[in-house]
Design a binder for this molecule. Sequence first.
Ligand SMILES: N[C@@H](CCC(=O)N[C@@H](CSS)C(=O)NCC(=O)O)C(=O)O
Ligand code: FE2
Length: 292
Amino acid sequence: MSKVDGALQYVRHFSKFGRSFRIQKQHPHLQRSESVKPQKAIPALEIASRNLSSFQTQLLIFRQLFDHISSTYTYLLACPRTKECVLVDPVLAQAKRDFQITQDLGLSIKYSVNTHMHADHITGTGYLRVLSGCKTVISKASGADADIHVQEDDEIAFGTQKLKVLSTPGHTNGCVTYYSPEQGVAFTGDALLIRGCGRTDFQEGNPRTLYRSVHEKIFRLPTATLLFPAHDYKGLTCTTVDEESRLNPRLSKTEDQFVKIMNNLNLDYPKQIDRALPANKVCGVYDIPQNP
Ligand SMILES: N[C@@H](CCC(=O)N[C@@H](CSS)C(=O)NCC(=O)O)C(=O)O
Ligand SMILES: [Fe+2]
């Protein structure tokens, strides 16, 4: 069994993330489904507290996928009308799984996108490009290879939907957040984690830069904006601008306090960093399995 197939079986075994939900009433930024009676609608916050890992509306198909080895979230976003989709932060070990989901749903991958050059796992973008013919995307500031290099204010369009690029450096120089104003959701990568944030002790990390990115970009989004990170180590799935600006134990502090916290985290380096960084510099393509 190949490493990728092994990982796939592992994920199937734990696949609580594979279920599909049709929500009764969408997030306030979304259009209400025509088939839903208003009096039976579930308030958006209640939906958020139940399950946002998978939903479909008239405008968006959304799946939050998980890699247990690196605790990485990958996001599938698709336009139900045109069937175009994007994958945000795919993991090489799960690329076959992610491609299969797009096939099952009749979707065509337009872009596979990275929020930054990851240090803890090899990106699946290069392999998804081989499997699907999609274009790979990463920020220009990351210094990594990709078909498309993005920067502040660029837009990633798929079907009727788009993701706006916000430059949010500090964890790495090239970190970006992908934001959909229409859907009221943002994919923060490692800049902002749920009640945490990306470390700043390697890859040109800088706590002052990160603090300013979060406060000047992410915390200035509408307070109800749903934030989806690239990782969670405690089983949490999403948060909001309101929650994090009030409750984040690092980023709700002053900048000087934040710098002190970040300079004293004393975390072990990610286990895969030595193979992940060189691979991700070339979009993960150097480590493509020989017999996919
Ligand atoms: N134990 C994991 C690595 C955990 C880690 O360092 N996570 C990064 C995000 S991946 S670059 C991070 O920024 N963590 C912040 C924190 O406060 O934990 C492994 O060995 O892969
Ligand atoms: Fe990272």
